[in-house]
Design a protein. Structure first.
Length: 433
């Protein structure tokens, strides 16, 4: 291997110590993980003429050091730990940093994508919001458990126990109301019209003091997390306003898709996102809403041209097929890529697959019949991600043609393929009748 990169260094990062190996220096230096120690480490590298340094993405320990290195004028390479596995049986912090330095100086490491400052802030707020939603969901389960312990089955009858009707009844139960006829009157008109008798039956339970207490505590915890989610929405709104203030674009008068679950309390969300994306609207894709755009932008920013093409983009998301070939065999690989953005597209695919009228759902069922549900779901997520990439980079719009049109096109393609194969074998296909 020949050296391809100028003066390099490799850093192995831990919770208490960092180890630095500089090209040409036999001795490996170690420093504490205090801010003052990081400054000493950077001075040490600058005094030795280091221009570029590589480090593993270990937990969150790398974040502060990476930012300080960048500010000092040294080019930072953040690399995936799975890409720099050491020779088996020779694992230590000292040898790790030496190995990183050797790989880096020979140009064998690829830097991870690090978003710009505003996108990093947005990412932090959106990820925190997602975590709070998950924590709040646990307390919804606790509420349902408390109701089950009293054999109150109202959450099996109405769609959401945390909806307007469900919350009204739960708060009344906590306040001491036990009459099912009184409780059902707190529901909206549709529930009273179509499910009145069923709701009354579900509210006949064995009310107990201890389970009412559990129900009350779970409700208070859920409301607490909702308040914190609202605080996140305010931070996101302020940042989106800042990011979109100096941008102007012709926003089309499109119908804004409703956000069904966990809608953010952000005024003018669609308009701000359209300014940030330059008027490109991926919500034309089935399953994609403004919330999807916000989540993806928070992870990778609005500029997807950093990826050469849609294949590179889907590979980075972890949605491309794995390839692990040896001889004639393509073996199963246990190496998996998990990214937040990739998971968002998987979530969209799960909802699209249930559709009865979409061409994409027909594509899912066709792949599922051949390769199984797991591969089909990944293939569908990849197709949606490709559409998203094309909208964001080329301004293309997705037009839903429906299952019938999709199946007709697939039939034509299949027949064309059969004719081609028959010709190669010296046969000719003839249509019956």
């Amino acid at each position: 291997m020949e050296k391809t990169i100028r003066k390099t260094a490799g850093i192995d990062i831990g919770s208490e110590k960092i180890f630095i190996s500089i090209e040409g220096e036999k001795e490996v230096k170690n420093f504490d993980t205090y801010t003052g120690s990081y400054k000493q480490a950077i001075d040490y590298m600058l005094n030795n003429g280091v221009t570029t340094v590589a480090m593993e993405s270990t937990g969150v320990y790398w974040v502060v050091l990476y930012e300080m290195i960048q500010k000092a004028g040294i080019e930072g390479y953040l690399v995936n730990a799975s890409h720099i596995k050491h020779v088996p049986g020779r694992k230590s912090d000292v040898q790790d940093c030496q190995w990183i330095c050797q790989l880096h100086k020979n140009g064998l490491l690829r830097a991870s994508y690090i978003p710009e400052n505003e996108i990093k802030k947005l990412r932090s707020y959106v990820r925190q919001r997602e975590e709070l939603i998950g924590m709040g969901a646990q307390h919804i389960n606790h509420m349902q458990k408390a109701l089950d312990l009293m054999n109150i089955k109202v959450h099996n009858v109405i769609s959401q126990v945390t909806g307007v009707s469900g919350l009204a009844m739960i708060k009344a139960i906590i306040a001491g109301e036990r009459n099912p006829d009184t409780l059902v009157e707190m529901c909206n008109i549709q529930i009273k019209k179509h499910k009145r008798e069923e709701v009354i039956k579900s509210l006949e339970g064995t009310y107990s003091e201890e389970n009412i207490f559990l129900l009350k505590q779970s409700l208070e915890c859920w409301e607490f997390y909702n308040k914190k989610i609202s605080d996140c929405d305010k931070q996101i709104e302020a940042l989106l306003t800042k990011m979109s203030n100096d941008k102007e674009t012709d926003i089309k008068a499109d119908i804004i898709k409703p956000i069904r679950h966990h809608k953010p309390e952000i005024e003018g969300l669609h308009e701000m996102l359209m300014k940030i994306t330059g008027g490109k609207n991926p919500t034309s894709i089935i399953g994609v809403t403004d919330m999807t755009i916000l989540r993806v932008i928070a992870e990778i920013g609005p500029d997807l041209s950093k990826w050469e093409n849609a294949k590179h983009f889907t590979a980075w998301l972890g949605l491309a097929p794995n390839k692990n070939q040896s001889g004639k065999f393509n073996k199963k690989s246990h190496f998996k890529i998990h990214t937040h953005a990739g998971q968002y597209f998987r979530t969209i695919a799960m909802s699209v697959a249930k559709s009865k009228r979409s061409a994409l759902s027909s594509f899912y069922r066709r792949v599922k019949s051949r390769s199984g549900p797991k591969i089909a779901m990944k293939a569908l997520a990849r197709k949606i991600a490709e559409m998203f990439y094309n909208v964001m980079t080329k301004g293309m719009e997705y037009i839903e043609q429906g299952i019938k049109k999709y199946e007709e096109d697939y039939k034509k393609t299949f027949i064309k393929k059969l004719h081609k194969q028959a010709t190669l074998m010296g046969y000719k296909l003839v249509t019956q009748g």
